[in-house]
Design a protein around this ligand. Structure first.
Ligand SMILES: Cc1cc2nc3c(=O)[nH]c(=O)nc-3n(C[C@H](O)[C@H](O)[C@H](O)COP(=O)(O)OP(=O)(O)OC[C@H]3O[C@@H](n4cnc5c(N)ncnc54)[C@H](O)[C@@H]3O)c2cc1C
Length: 322
């Protein structure tokens, strides 16, 4: 484990935004994480935050007077393995992409929808990430969690049912002081045709993201959740009936918020170096040296204009760490 004091967080995070943190514990294994928690306890550090790649975070510009536990391997490191029962098992710090590639190389299909989705496995499980109709929960069997709420950290294995997954939610997300350590998946052994098809889906999804998302700039993914609440969908469609077809046919009953941000005339809207992407309005890109304050102002301006027009609040998907 590497421990550092007074660390600039921005270079470590996907968005390249963030102030200094008092302590950083760079953890590459369960042992590292346990050791970090011990040091944190011995030094009476009360604020602790876990990060992976930071691809779903807006970190404060201010000083973080606590400890950051970073659980993220680089793409060349992999702890993924096949268990004797044939499950794919991996450490939380491995990239989701590493797990997908391992699976496809072992002719196991079911995770290919995640092609191009950035982030670590631990964060993917916590947030039940999903794309193109797939969700991480779909093939998940169990997860080892480190619970550090009590006097001593406790390791427990939780089943998929116990983790209460729903859209971008899980038991881990709604309970404090829980760290994902290991996750296991039951994937289908594909026929040669199925494996070829899965590899094509994986590549196609990577390409789709390159074509549609502003990957040329640091960003934090979708800033807002698309609208799923029935009453809210109806409200939007009363004001913008022209979206009815796309809601029904393309978005499975949801409203794509990017199209509403465009309708509000906010595509390209910029404060400092934080800009609503010209390529995809659900992204706020960091076009230079954006501060968290700039990004938060853009978010709040979008929310303000949105509420004025549609009468309810847009919910953020990205997590803002104060
Ligand atoms: C270009 C782009 C496209 C994206 N597309 C999608 C998409 O299609 N679908 C989707 O669902 N998301 C998407 N995201 C969001 C992001 O990829 C996911 O939320 C991802 O899981 C974040 O992983 P991370 O390692 O970067 O986590 P971070 O952003 O570092 O952390 C996210 C949260 O997870 C917690 N966390 C991290 N590691 C652990 C752990 N081991 N145990 C417990 N908690 C942990 C953190 O405390 C934090 O609360 C996208 C993001 C970007 C930048």
């Amino acid at each position: 484990m590497i421990t550092q004091n007074e660390v600039e967080l921005a270079p470590l995070l996907w968005y390249k935004i963030g102030g200094k943190a008092q302590y950083l514990f760079d953890c590459k294994s369960k042992k590292d994480i346990l050791q970090a928690l011990e040091v944190i306890k011995l030094n009476n550090v009360s604020k602790v935050f876990v990060v992976g790649l930071g691809s779903n975070l807006i970190f404060t510009d201010d000083y973080y007077d606590g400890a950051i536990i970073r659980i993220a391997n680089d793409p060349t490191i992999s702890s993924v393995r096949l268990t004797p029962e044939g499950l794919v098992e991996s450490f939380a710090g491995d990239l989701l992409d590493t797990v997908i590639q391992f699976s496809l190389n072992h002719e196991l299909v079911g995770l290919e929808w995640g092609g191009g989705l950035p982030g670590t496995l631990g964060a993917a499980v916590r947030g039940n990430v999903g794309a193109f109709g797939g969700e991480i929960k779909d093939n998940l069997v169990s997860v080892d969690i480190l619970d550090y709420e009590g006097e001593r950290p406790e390791l427990k294995t939780m089943s998929k049912a116990e983790l209460e997954f729903s859209y971008r939610e899980s038991w881990i997300k709604t309970h404090e002081k829980k760290i994902v350590i290991t996750a296991r998946f039951n994937l289908k052994k594909g026929t040669p045709e199925e494996v070829t098809a899965a590899k094509e889906v994986y590549q196609k999804n990577i390409q789709f993201r390159k074509d549609r998302h502003p990957l040329e700039y640091p960003n934090c993914g979708s800033v807002f959740k698309n609208i799923r609440d029935k009453q809210q969908v109806e409200k939007v469609l009363t004001i913008c009936p022209e979206l009815t077809e796309s809601v029904e046919k393309k978005w499975y009953g949801k409203v794509a918020v990017a199209s509403l941000i465009e309708k509000l005339g906010l595509k390209g809207y910029r404060i400092g170096d934080a800009q609503v992407s010209e390529k995809h309005a659900l992204f706020i890109v960091n076009v230079g040296h954006a501060s968290a304050r700039d990004v938060k102002q853009v978010i709040s301006d979008i929310q303000g204009k949105f509420k004025e027009k549609f009468g309810f609040q847009l919910e953020t998907e990205v997590e803002i760490v104060q």
